[in-house]
Design a protein around this ligand. Structure first.
Ligand SMILES: Nc1ncnc2c1ncn2[C@@H]1O[C@H](COP(=O)(O)OP(=O)(O)OP(=O)(O)O)[C@@H](O)[C@H]1O
Length: 246
């Protein structure tokens, strides 16, 4: 399933955040939304996941324009086709890890999971290194463990689209590699993965990038970014930096 952005822009009050983004993310691809903090990655991710309507332009899902979709159509998309990985993990602290992982599933009662689903749950928990923690209360986990609960929940759902906000942000190097690999595998098996990220290693593995700063609509912001880029250039071309160590 392809997701397309046609001239998408977003304005907050009178402040344009970004404008005129036209991109197509093909089936089974993994794409990164990159840009500095505050550039609009999460906003664009939410627009692509139909959680937020763009103020300009159109998001097309599998050839179908979504601007005029009603709540029922959007709910159908979220329920049947999408999984979300949230920057703040989106867990219920008072519930177990198992409950949190299976929360968004089709099972009406997540506390009584069918046997085949139970083995799938153990498999996914094992993949993210949480197998021994399924009965722990999610609220007591570390930040990185909570993040892996969020990843496991998205994997459990087996969705056509995975929308991930900074999926590797709270992880150490080995877990970053693990989560990157799991998301790559999901893309290889046909899911379209879109992730807002600052993680250069993760971005390096992606099939495509939308650099949100490239579409920033604010002149003041352009000036700040140009100034930062010039300072970085000056630093790296300075005689001290380019001279060999004595
Ligand atoms: N509903 C809103 N009302 C007002 N301002 C908003 C709203 N949503 C986003 N913003 C502002 O838009 C800007 C972009 O926010 P966003 O969270 O998309 O950035 P980001 O690139 O994901 O940042 P980070 O990397 O720090 O998570 C921020 O300045 C934020 O305060």
């Amino acid at each position: 399933m392809t997701i397309e952005l046609n001239n998408v822009g977003f304005t907050i009050g009178k402040r344009p955040l970004f404008e005129a983004i036209t991109q197509s993310v093909p089936d089974g691809a993994i794409w990164a939304l990159q840009g500095s903090s505050g550039s609009g990655k999460t906003t664009l991710l939410n627009i692509m996941g139909l959680l937020l309507k763009p103020t300009e332009g159109e998001v097309t899902i599998d050839g179908r324009p979504t601007r005029s979709w009603n709540d029922r159509q959007r709910r159908h998309f979220w329920h049947d086709h999408a999984a979300f990985i949230y920057q703040d993990y989106g867990i219920i602290p008072s519930e177990t890890v198992a409950y949190n992982i299976t929360l968004m599933s089709r099972f009406a009662d997540c506390r009584r999971i069918r046997p085949q689903a139970s083995s799938q749950l153990h498999h996914i928990a094992q993949q993210v290194g949480l197998d021994g923690m399924l009965n722990e209360r999610a609220g007591v986990l570390s930040g990185g463990e909570k993040q892996r609960v969020g990843i496991a929940r998205a994997l459990w759902k087996n969705a056509s689209y995975i929308f991930a906000d900074e999926p590797t942000a709270s992880l150490d190097a080995s877990n970053r590699d693990l989560v990157t690999e799991l998301l790559l595998q999901r893309a290889q098996s046909g899911s379209t993965v879109i992730a807002a990220s600052h993680d250069a290693d993760f971005i390096h593995h992606c099939d495509g990038i939308i650099d949100v700063e490239h579409y920033t609509a604010d002149d003041q912001r352009f000036a700040e970014l140009r100034q930062a880029a010039k300072q970085a250039d000056d630093f790296f071309s300075s005689p001290y930096h380019s001279s060999s160590p004595q």
